[in-house]
Structure formats: structure tokens, C-alpha cells
Design a protein around this ligand. Structure first.
Ligand SMILES: [Zn+2]
Length: 232
């Protein structure tokens, strides 16, 4: 927190706010009280506001728990920014500055100088580190891309993945069944060839054996067994 300069109590003092504006060149945001979310017309109006009862009350709340208030601003900033990014650009990659420029057009937007981030780059890096956006730096600056973590989207993606797996399983099963069928066909052909061999048409020649045995023994009986056809 030392980067903010001074104690937390002084964070919303007019001088501290003016210094931050100056440092960031945010002249347009002058005379806006972040804590009360009140825009004042000029320096005098702002001074009057800081002395008002409502502002004092807010200051007291802030003094009680500065971290809680700071975090609230940061959380609100992040929430609004992400809402804009997701609604307007969805998962499209976009220059962070473009989103930011649209973001600050909302008069009620939480000003960055009241958040835990000291610059847009800081915030972009935070989005990347926390996995809320895909980020990448180019010569033109930082680009961001919203990551859709909506449970409905996740459910849709899971269903699609499941369907794809089922299709793959079907393909696998079909391939397996085809292999089994091919094997059966092959076995049947082999069996057929063997049977033919026994009947005397096989390449290893039941006929020759038959003739041989006929010549030798003269009993005219084919051999009981024939050699299977030679493996090709
Ligand atoms: Zn105020």
C-alpha cells in the first residue's frame, strides 16, 4: 500500500486525490468523490462536499475499515468491467484500452484510483493471473479475452465432449466388429479350402495321394487325412 503514498486515512483527502489525478493525467475525473460517488462541479464544490456531513460519515466508515472499503471498490470495479467485457465482446480478443474507454463513459463507474490497481496494465495482469481473462501483450499494448466460466457453458462443453467420446467409442466398436467379421470370413474360407483339399481339389493334392494309394494298394480309397494347403 506504500505505493499510494501516505497513510490509508489520507487516501481520500482532496490533496491525495488531486495528486493521483495529476500523476495519471486524469483531469476529466477531477472533483469526483469516489467514496460518496459524487461529482462536484469545481474545486470549491469539492471542498464543500468534503466538509459535508454525508462525506464525514463515509470517511468515518472508511477510517474504521479501510481495507474493506478499498476491496469493495476493487470488487465493484472488476465486476462492472467484466460485465461490460463479457456482454459486449464475449470471448472475442480485444484491446484493453478499448474496453476501458467504454467503461469510463459510464458516469457512475468506479474510478481506478480508488481500486487496488494503480494502472490498467496492473488490472489486466491481475485478470490474467487470476485466470479471469486470457491476456497478451503486443506492440500496441495489452489485449484481453474473456473466459466463459458460466456453468451452463461448461455443461454444454462437457455434453459436447461426451457426445464426441461416444461417437469415437461407436467407431471403435464398429472397427472391432468388422475385425471379428473379417476373421470369421477368413476362417470360413480357410475351412472351405481345407474341405476341398480333402475332396481332392486342394493344392497339396488329395488326388495325387489318392492315385498313389490306388496304385500302391489298389483299394481305391482316398487317404483319411490330407495336408493343409501350404501357407502363402
Ligand atoms: Zn464524499
Amino acid at each position: 500500500m506504500s505505493k499510494k503514498g501516505g497513510g490509508k486515512k489520507d487516501f481520500f483527502s482532496p490533496k491525495a486525490i488531486a495528486n493521483r489525478w495529476k500523476a495519471k493525467g486524469l483531469q476529466k475525473l477531477r472533483w469526483y468523490c469516489q467514496m460518496c460517488q459524487k461529482q462536484c462541479r469545481d474545486e470549491n464544490g469539492f471542498k464543500c462536499h468534503t466538509m459535508s456531513e454525508s462525506h464525514m460519515r463515509q470517511m468515518a466508515v472508511f477510517a474504521e475499515s479501510p481495507d474493506a472499503v478499498m476491496d469493495e471498490f476493487s470488487a465493484e470495479f472488476e465486476k462492472s468491467f467484466m460485465t461490460l467485457l463479457s456482454r459486449r465482446y464475449h470471448v472475442r480478443r480485444v484491446h484493453a484500452n478499448i474496453v476501458y474507454n467504454e467503461f469510463i463513459q459510464d458516469k457512475e463507474h468506479v474510478h481506478m484510483n480508488s481500486t487496488m490497481w494503480s494502472s490498467l496494465t496492473d488490472f489486466v495482469k491481475y485478470l490474467g493471473k487470476t485466470g479471469k481473462c486470457a491476456i497478451d501483450e503486443t506492440e500496441k499494448g495489452w489485449y484481453i479475452q474473456w473466459i466463459d466460466r458460466d456453468p451452463r457453458t461448461l455443461a454444454r462443453q462437457q455434453a459436447a465432449a461426451k457426445k464426441k467420446k461416444a461417437e469415437l467409442d461407436d467407431e471403435e466398436r464398429a472397427a472391432h466388429e468388422k475385425a471379428v467379421a473379417d476373421k470369421a470370413k477368413h476362417d470360413a474360407l480357410q475351412k472351405k479350402a481345407l474341405t476341398k483339399g480333402l475332396a481332392g481339389y486342394g493344392p497339396s493334392g488329395g488326388k495325387a495321394a489318392f492315385a498313389k494309394s490306388k496304385g500302391k494298394k489298389g483299394k481305391g480309397r482316398p487317404p483319411a487325412r490330407a495336408k493343409p494347403p501350404p501357407a502363402k
